[in-house]
Design a protein around this ligand. Structure first.
Ligand code: S3P
Length: 439
């Protein structure tokens, strides 16, 4: 467990690119693994989570090859062509790999056993096993809802019409992916729109997928058993990774950072609006489309942040960015109140409890609510000096690396290794901008 020390160094300056979007990277491997023919992907995130998806798709028969850094070729098996793996699949830390691939398996007549690390083994799977059981899959899970889990997909899948019980792109995507090898129309309804990368990519690959509005719900309908065309895809930079730089450059006085080629899907950009509501100086430049997804460059300059009472965006548009936003709130002037965030309790860690503990250990006053945090900003440097427990959660490790850049006494992060799951070059990239980070 390498610990990481974060402390102020100089202002952050430079032009950088962040690694490929994690959500799009996972989906590109899964869907090209089901296409007919060879797909080519560049800019793929080579973090541990995406490598878990690559290994799982390989174990089920797709040919998945890395030809150069970030450049991958995938030979698909065709919808319906997944084969039974000859061993347990280890999903590591990755909830997205687990839940989306469970969707794929549900409509293939194969039996698969999955496990993962201690964090993933503690995350609820009932949210996907329930709808996938109505497709016809059978499950046997530890305590009925946790990994390790064995599932048996069906050779007679039923097209379902369901409403997701919580705002979750993973649950929505699992149902859509199950619908791929299911005759008829699979429908999934969501009260709050969540990231739509699955829908966009399937449409680009020739599937008959449509999105409509009904009774205030967003309804995705997929006609099953399409032949998916292979893709040539350049994965845009991950806004969830860029978020750490947006906050770091906002809080460290004198900073000026340009982050090029960031995915700006409107269902992912909540963090930009939230930081702007706190007074951040962020400009979007060079907006364009890349592989069916909006992208642009983000220029961020230091600004005096103020607390917020009410965010101007739905939490689902920035669900993974709350830990680092809480750090911004700790530096801001005034009190911030964040609510409606109960989903944060079932991420890689309980992000409300773990962030509350880490912030308190570094001298920040706050109140932990059932569904959020109320944070008293320091109006400048935070006291720091605390040890942060990351609980196998990459975003906790990176958030406190950012907070340490505005701490009077260094912040120590107990374990830097989870950063490998989503942003393997994070420490080097932050150092190249001027941050004070040392292993
Ligand atoms: C993801 C969806 C979100 C997000 C996760 C990636 C995806 O999870 O937190 O990091 O790629 O679909 P939920 O579906 O649980 O909200």
């Amino acid at each position: 467990m390498p610990s990481l020390i974060s402390q102020p160094n100089t202002e952050l300056k430079g032009t950088v690119r962040v690694p490929g979007d994690k959500s799009i990277s996972h989906r590109s491997l899964m869907l090209s693994g089901l296409a007919v023919g060879e797909s080519e992907i560049t800019g793929l995130l080579e973090g541990e989570d995406v490598l878990a998806t690559a290994a799982a798709m390989r174990a089920m028969g797709a040919r998945v090859e890395r030809v150069a850094p970030g450049h991958w070729k995938v030979q698909g098996v065709g919808v319906g062509g997944l084969m039974e793996p000859d061993d347990i699949i280890d999903m590591g830390n990755s909830g997205t790999s687990t839940r989306l691939i469970m969707g794929l398996i549900a409509s293939h007549p194969i039996r698969v056993t999955m496990t993962g690390d201690a964090s993933l083994r503690g995350r609820p799977m009932g949210r996907v096993t329930v709808p996938l059981a109505s497709v016809g899959a059978e499950f046997s899970a530890r305590e009925d809802k946790f990994l390790p889990l064995t599932m048996k997909g069906t050779d007679n899948p039923l097209p379902i019409d369901c409403t997701t019980p919580m705002a979750s792109a993973q649950v929505k995507s699992a149902v859509i992916l199950a619908g791929l090898n299911t005759p008829g129309i699979t429908r999934v309804r969501e009260k709050v729109a969540t990231r739509d990368h699955t829908e966009r990519m399937l449409s680009a690959m020739g599937a008959d997928i449509s999105v409509t509005e009904e009774d205030g719900h967003r309804v995705v309908s997929l006609v099953g058993q399409p032949e998916l065309n292979p893709i040539r895809l350049e994965v845009p930079g991950d806004i969830s990774s860029a978020a750490f730089l947006l906050v770091a450059a906002s809080i460290v006085p004198g900073s000026d950072v340009l982050i090029e080629n960031v995915g700006l899907n409107p269902l992912r950009t909540g963090i930009v609006a939230a930081l702007k509501a706190m007074g951040a100086d962020i400009t979007v430049l060079n907006e364009r489309l890349l592989g069916g997804e909006p992208v642009g460059d983000l220029r961020v300059r230091a600004a005096a942040l103020k607390g917020v009472d009410h965010l101007p965006v739905d939490p689902s548009t920035m669900i993974d960015e709350f830990p680092v936003l809480f750090c911004a709130a700790a530096v801001a002037r005034g009190t911030s109140r964040f609510t409606g965030l109960e989903e944060l309790r079932v991420k890689e860690s309980d992000r409300l409890a773990v962030m509350a503990a880490g912030l308190r250990a570094n001298g920040i006053k706050l109140e932990e609510l059932e569904d959020g945090l109320v944070i008293e900003g320091c109006g400048g440097k935070v006291p720091g000096g605390g040890m942060v427990e990351t609980h196998l959660d990459h975003r906790i490790a990176m958030s406190f690396s950012v907070l340490g850049q505005m701490a009077a006494t260094p912040v120590v992060i107990d374990d830097a290794s989870p950063i490998q799951t989503s942003f393997p070059v994070f420490i080097d990239l932050m150092q190249s901008l001027g941050a004070g980070l040392s292993l």
